[in-house]
Design a protein around this ligand. Structure first.
Ligand code: A2R
Length: 320
């Protein structure tokens, strides 16, 4: 396969670069002085793209690669890829689901507990020497809470399974009711938010989910409400969330994702009653390695004529 040109526009983990360079003619876009000029130059011969770093793949990007067969993307979310446009052009798109599900679910539960029991704040309190003066103030509790999950997919279900062990009631909202789950379904997001006092968002970014967690949802969640977001920042109306936190319309939030990463609104950074993480849901050495390997394996499988391992929904395999 050494004659097959695979473009990597932005750097990926070293083991991914090494594996791909060992099997393909790997074109390292980030080493070119001008990526756009480089892509224009090599574009006509490129048959595969290995995508990390959220490069936008839209019609203009795809226009440059008339022989492109597959985009193998790092991560389960692929909102920066116009997969519908890729499908129309017969370009396969793959992502890295499943291998990160448990890792992100673990992080979600950790973030929820950190938020409700104020673990980072308590840590800061001790380090500041304040414990010597008086005990840390009492916090809210997870006990007796009802947790609503927006996006009960692979990760959402793994979060729900873990939370069952914490003895909290679980409900969910998605576009469809799922027959095989024991949790209460709410056909509207506002309905779910009214019924719960923790809302966990694990929904993907898309035109449909854009800003669906809005001021009305925060009002419905109410003054004891906690919002946790590990899915995509675009799912939330961020200014409305900031205002809901500022005005105590909700109690607090635990956030791993933001609208304009890595930029986080200064108002949030200045708030002591929120817990903020730099999008680390899947970011363990082991899980990132597995995700990288799946990027490689999708390309190897595809160019060996065995089809993709993990195609996204818009580009099913076998093709219908
Ligand atoms: O709507 P459904 O019943 O197909 O449920 C899916 C839900 N979902 C939505 N919920 C409400 N409104 C929407 N417009 C909407 N679109 C999708 O999100 C499904 O239960 C869930 C996504 O689950 P999976 O596709 O299994 O994804 P996974 O592996 O759990 O990852 C979720 C997201 C990624 O897309 C990244 O953004 C992030 O977590 O790492």
């Amino acid at each position: 396969m050494h004659d097959i040109k695979v473009l990597m526009p932005a750097p990926m983990p070293p083991h991914v670069i090494d594996s791909l360079a060992g099997s393909f003619d790997l074109l390292k876009g980030w080493t070119a002085p001008d990526l756009q000029a480089f892509m224009g130059e090599v574009g006509p011969g490129v048959r595969g793209v290995a995508l990390g770093g959220h490069t936008r793949v839209d019609a203009a990007f795809l226009d440059r690669f008339p022989k492109l067969e597959i985009v193998s993307s790092f991560g389960v979310g692929y909102d920066y890829i116009d997969a519908g446009e890729a499908a129309r052009r017969g370009v396969m798109v793959t992502n890295t689901p499943d291998v990160l599900t448990d890792e992100v679910a673990d992080l979600t539960v950790g973030l929820l507990l950190a938020t409700v029991r104020q673990l980072p704040q308590a840590d800061r309190y001790l380090r500041a020497g304040k414990w010597l003066d008086k005990a840390y103030p009492l916090t809210a509790t997870l006990r007796g809470r009802k947790v609503g999950i927006l996006g009960l997919g692979r990760i959402g279900k793994a979060v729900a399974r873990r939370l069952e062990g914490f003895g909290v009631e679980i409900a969910y909202h998605g576009r469809t009711r799922q027959a095989d789950v024991p949790y209460a379904y709410y056909p509207t997001l506002v309905g779910l938010a009214e019924a719960v006092d923790v809302l966990v968002s694990v929904a993907p970014g898309s035109a449909e989910t854009n800003r669906i967690v809005n001021a009305e949802v925060f009002r419905a969640l109410g003054p004891t409400g906690i919002f946790v977001n590990v899915g995509r920042g675009s799912v939330v109306d961020e200014p409305a969330m900031v205002e809901a936190l500022r005005s105590k319309t909700i109690l607090s939030a635990g956030l791993d994702v933001f609208t304009d990463e890595p930029r986080v609104p200064a108002e949030l950074v200045g708030m002591d009653h929120v817990v903020l993480l730099p999008h680390v849901g899947s970011a363990s050495v082991e899980t990132r390695r597995a995700m990288g390997q799946l990027v490689v394996d999708n390309l190897l499988s595809w160019f060996a004529g065995k089809g993709p391992l993990t195609p996204v929904a818009e580009t099913p395999w076998p093709r219908s």
